[in-house]
Design a binder for this molecule. Sequence first.
Ligand code: ATR
Length: 287
Amino acid sequence: MEINGRTRTCGLIGNPVEHTLSPVIHNTLAQRFGHNLVYVPFPVETGRIEEAVVGASALQLLGLNVTVPYKGEVISCLREVDSLAASIGAVNTLVAVPGGFKGYNTDMEGLYRAMMSEGIQIVDEEIILLGAGGASRAVAYLCAVKGAKRVYLLNRTLEKAQKVAEEVNRAVERQVILPMALTDFDSLPDRKFLTIQGTSVGLAPHVEDVVIDDEKFYAKVHTGFDLIYSPWETRFMRLVKKRGGRAYNGLKMLLYQGIIAYELWNRVTVSEADAATVYEKLKAHFI
Ligand code: ATR
């Protein structure tokens, strides 16, 4: 693509941003659509997120992704916030609107599309969710909104799981999230569950860490979905497979959160064939 006077810019704001794979997603899509668009990383110093958003609007950037540590803080800098993002309390995508940006959360829709693409159901399912941090809270909300029958929210600190359960149950007006201490997994019903790993435990370079070490737990897992994608196969995934379950990493979630952002910025629909091409490019960074 030739960069010229009509080239539009999208990018990622966060700190750090050096290791991001998002340019692979968006620049590949721009090439496939023939869009005159570039996507670049923008590191933002602590305390300067508001300046960054105001500046981005002044420069008429088409859109931005937002990553750690600004997904919550950015909300107060926006003109509008989509209702799902507002409920989750985290925004990862900004779309230009008159006078500023509207915030969305494509991480959760991305996780949902990734699961659908693997044939993993949420509706009417009983699900185990590990962790009660920001990411798990968002996943709990997603499962509740997408019609899960029940979510057993297992966390090291029970009080945190209770707090998340109360918030989400109140928001969806049904008792769908059941908080439990990690150590009580033995009291789960005697059957197999879809299990989502929503903590950063096991993330590179701490690749031997895992939230639940006890192999007995993995007899309860028919499908394990780890939000982590680096390493390619986490210890959680290995333990799921060892007990005969299927295991997935978070790379498709990364793929689809990017695809949904690209669709919002450019008002297009990305085909599954294009999604597959981008996925192969992302995968090449790992194996
Ligand atoms: P976020 O999603 O907000 O970025 P995170 O820091 O990735 O959060 O992960 C936080 C979650 O990982 C919490 O649920 C935390 O449990 P506590 O609430 O008890 O702190 C969980 N966590 C972190 N280290 C853990 C460990 N060694 N064993 C079990 N759970 C752990």
